[in-house]
Structures are given as structure tokens and as C-alpha cells.
Design a protein around this ligand. Sequence first.
Ligand code: GLY
Length: 382
Amino acid sequence: MKSYKTLLEENRAWAEETFKKIDAKMSEMTIRSRDKIPDGVTEDGFHKEKSITWWTNGFWGGLNWLLYNYTKNENYMLTAKSSEKKMDEALAQYEKLHHDVGFMWHILSGASYQLTGDKDSRTRNLFAASTLMSRFVLDGGYIVAWNGKSQQNWTIIDCLMNLPLLYWASKELGDDRFKRVAMAHADMAIMDHLREDGSVVHIAEHDRETGEVVQTFGGQGSAVGSSWSRGQAWALYGFVISYIHTGEERYLNAAKQVANYFIANCCDDWLPRVDFRAPEEPVMYDTTAGACAACGLIELAKILPENEGGMYMNGAVNMLRAMEEKCCNFDPSNDHMLDYGTVRFPVDGDMKKAEVHISIIYGDYFFTEAILKLLGSEFFPW
Ligand code: GLY
């Protein structure tokens, strides 16, 4: 297996070319969609929007911060700032907020604060962190994902990606409360979501006092006991991020377990299916899972010894190349870039309702983040 560094060198020219195409497209899109907060799903080729408290609303601004940091094109900063301001309307709707405040603010306001030192961005991110803290169930030791009585003891694997908000708040305030809550939740995820074979459960319901799992759900995957690939990607990158912020080996080992499982399940054509345990037909892909997993794999490769890291880097590059070749639309005259994203497995067979093979903003976000990692960008928004 080639080392991480060799693979980085061998793929540099390709990554540079790919980034040029991203930038050419995004530099037009950023102006066209400046007054929107797109969730990435397009209608007739152009961005649509969801409600202001929708969980994906941080990705558009976050993507613009990634692009601004690398290119210094001011248009990207203007869009990111405009997006952040609009999101204040969401911050004011406490009862409609959920655990995804990390996705919504940390890569938006957290990134803004990191890159520009804007104090208002810092305050927004601290509000978001406090909101996430308020969802912690003390006895059970977990963060509740969604609202509503029937779901008040539910955890979902996606939440690992919201924990960086808490790691950040602890550091920023010099107060380890936030970090301890994040670690309690990450430990719960190892115990209750990570299976022995490296796959993960999407949704677990707990006993509120003991924290024990009462039942699990297939969630956005095909069935109970299945393996929704974006959930695997959230776990992969999420555990790597917890390791980066804490240095605790158990998170690194968990990330490696999920990474091995992920690679084993998509190494035929390097495009992840929506659910690794769904029937083979019909073939349904989810590129958003591949793009997020690629980010986690590259970070993993950077952490591990050179040769061990090579295996993970190889997986990341193969997935990104497959996506670039088969799933990307770089035509600047429309608003979708990474196609073949899928919101959920269509359990009832309704492909349209399940939003299968579409572009979704977090696909564009993670694809861009991954390509920038290959170009050596050190900016880490998580
Ligand atoms: N966090 C929700 C999703 O991945 O669709």
C-alpha cells in the first residue's frame, strides 16, 4: 500500500483541477444564491430553501467559508455573512431547535469566528452550544436528538457531528463542562450505536434513568438492523473529530472500525449505496455519505503512521475520484454540483418522497472540504 504522502503527491494535480472546476461553478452560484439558504435540493436546476430552522442551513454559509478561506474571493465571505445573519431568525426560535445546532452554527458562526474573529459570531456559537447542552439527559448520559414526547429518549448517530460545537465551547470558555457532556455522548455512541462489525445503528431509544437501550430503529436506512451509509459516515468522521479534540484512543479505534467497514462495503465501484445492507436491487447511491466519509478517512490518514494511513487515504481518493468522474455537474449555469445524493432509503418504495439521487447541500460541502484537504488546507471547521 502506498503511503499517505505518496498518494497525496500522486493526486495533487487531479485535486487542483477538480478544485478549479468547483471554484468556477461556485463563484457564480455564490452570487446567484446569496439571498437564499439553500438546502441544496434543486428545482429546475436552481436552489430551493427549507424552513429557517432546517438542520442543513449551516452548510451553505459553511461551504462559502471553506471557499473564502482558500481563494480569498470576497464574494464567498459576503455570502457566508449574509447567510449567518439570516440564521438569527432561527436562533430566536428555541422550541423549534434540535441537536443539529452544531451543523447549523459551528461550521457557520464557528468558522466565521475562527477566520475573522467576529465577536457576534462567537456569541451565536455559544448560544448554540448552550442549546445543545440543554438536551443532555443526566442519568442516561446522552444528548436527545429531536423534540416531542415520543422521541425524548432517542439518540441518533448523526449527533457525533454536533459534538465539535461542545469541544469548541469548552476551549473557548476554559470550562470543561461542555467537553465532558460531549465525551459522555461519544462514549454512549460507542456502547449503544457501534456494532462489533464496525457498522452503526441509526436510532436508539434509551431508558431515561439507566441509559440502557430499549429498542433500535432503522431510521433513514432500509430496516431495523440495517446499515444506512450516511450514518456510517457520520460515525466515521464524528469519531475522528472526537479523537482530534480529546486525544482519547477509544475514539480513534472506533473510527478505524467504522472506516474499515465502510471501505469494505464500497470498494467495488467506490460509490456508497444508500444502505450497505439493503437488497442489491434497485441500486441506489448516496454520494453525501461518500463525501463525508472521505473527509473522515483523510483526517484518519493524517493521524495514523504513514503506511497504515495509506489504506484510508487510498479509500478516500478512490471515492472522491469516482464521484468526480460519475456524479459531479460542474456546469456553472445550474445550482447542483454533487449529484446522486439520497436523503433516506425509500422504505415504502416512493423514490420521490425519499429524495433519491438528487443534489444536497451537505454533499457539495463535504466534497469541497475533502478536495481542500487534499490540497493541504489546514482550516478545520469542526
Ligand atoms: N442528519 C440527518 C441526515 O443525515 O439526513
